[in-house]
Design a protein around this ligand. Structure first.
Ligand SMILES: *Cc1c(COP(=O)(O)O)cnc(C)c1O
Length: 342
């Protein structure tokens, strides 16, 4: 059985629901001030000097914050998003571009690292700033594929007939208006070598209101199989709003996969990982990858040793159905695929 806790997660002094239902309005109301978030969680006495501002400011939608446990400074969702003094320290081997994105850049906003798959950095914006994000130092201002009606990216894809899968990533591609995304897929339909569309996004989890009727209508109308890789690291990231968003996506004929990152102090136990896999399946999402941490500057507090990761996945295999066990991988710059550890 999963060990999902059922205690109330109503935040003190926070409206249960934003007044406006539009996802853009929800985004405007997101927490940007660590002190406000801590106050609303009943953690006002947490030493704030610990949460020094960095080049990567805090950003947390209220829908996500509403799933945090009030009064718990170790809450697994809070820990993913709360800036920490540790981020200002240098650590051996932790760098700005840990996975070699710059070396795989082909043209503005296009990374082509693996055979058959090209990844578009659609936009630099995201709805949540995860403290371990491996693209937190990415030069987004110069690298956005949506720039100038996607033309540079489309020109590149037209000339690369070996590419049969286009991956929309970011930032978060669902931060763009659906109409902008539709412009891209309309143009992609003129390229006969494109056979699949993949979307990597955290928005259905952190801002489920983004899964609107018009988004689903766009997805359902696409001529290719559509795979959506969501990103959840802990069972508590799911609630009924997320379940409903996933159900809408499923009804729009989207295949849902989850990728997670193994994060010290957040999901690094066999109980937490098993609960995550079971809870994501309950939301219609099949586990895909469990990444070991990309060694991005400032994220050192989240790292676990490879051997610990291997042992955890080995225990997961004992407990879970085969299809609930994610592939444990490390992204190695220059390697032609994500390297399995076990
Ligand atoms: C991770 C990644 C992919 C997708 O890899 P899969 O193993 O197919 O999920 C594609 N392109 C880039 C640049 C990536 O970083």
């Amino acid at each position: 059985m999963s060990s999902i806790k059922t205690q109330s997660r109503i935040l003190p002094r926070t409206p249960a629901k934003p007044k406006h239902s539009s996802w853009r309005e929800e985004l405007r109301q997101a927490y940007r001030d660590p002190q406000r978030l801590l106050d609303d969680l009943g953690l006002a006495d947490q030493a704030l000097s610990q949460h020094a501002p960095t080049r990567f400011p805090m950003l947390v939608p209220r829908a996500f914050a509403g799933r945090m446990q009030p009064g718990n400074p170790s809450d697994p969702l809070l820990r993913q998003v709360l800036p920490d003094h540790d981020e200002t320290l240098e650590a051996d081997g932790f760098v700005n571009d840990p996975v070699g994105d710059q070396a795989s850049r082909q043209t503005r906003g296009v990374l082509h690292k693996y055979q058959g798959r090209a990844l578009l950095i659609t936009t630099g914006a995201c709805a949540v700033h995860c403290r371990y994000c491996f693209r937190q130092a990415f030069p987004y201002s110069a690298e956005q594929a949506a720039h100038q009606h996607w033309q540079t990216a489309l020109d590149y894809l037209a000339g690369e007939t070996s590419v049969d899968e286009v991956i929309l990533s970011g930032g978060d591609p669902l931060m763009l208006p659906t109409e902008r995304l539709r412009q891209l897929t309309d143009a992609l339909q003129a390229l006969p070598h494109i056979k699949r569309l993949r979307i990597h996004t955290r928005l259905p989890v952190v801002l489920p209101a983004r899964v609107t009727e018009s988004l689903c209508a766009w997805l359902e109308g696409l001529p290719w199989p559509v795979v959506m890789v969501i990103h959840a690291n802990h069972a508590n990231e799911f609630d009924s709003a997320v379940d409903q968003a996933m159900k809408r996506l499923t009804l729009a004929d989207v295949r849902l996969l989850n990728q997670a990152v193994l994060l010290a102090g957040i999901n690094d136990s066999v109980d937490a990982l098993a609960a995550l896999m079971e809870r994501s399946l309950a939301a219609r999402v099949i586990p895909y990858y469990l990444h070991v941490l990309d060694r991005v500057s400032g994220a050192q507090r989240f790292e676990r040793r490879d051997q610990d990761a291997i042992d955890l996945v080995d225990q997961l295999r004992v407990r879970l159905s085969g299809y609930l066990v994610p592939k444990l991988v490390r992204e190695v710059a220059g390697h032609p695929y994500k390297l399995p550890l076990i």
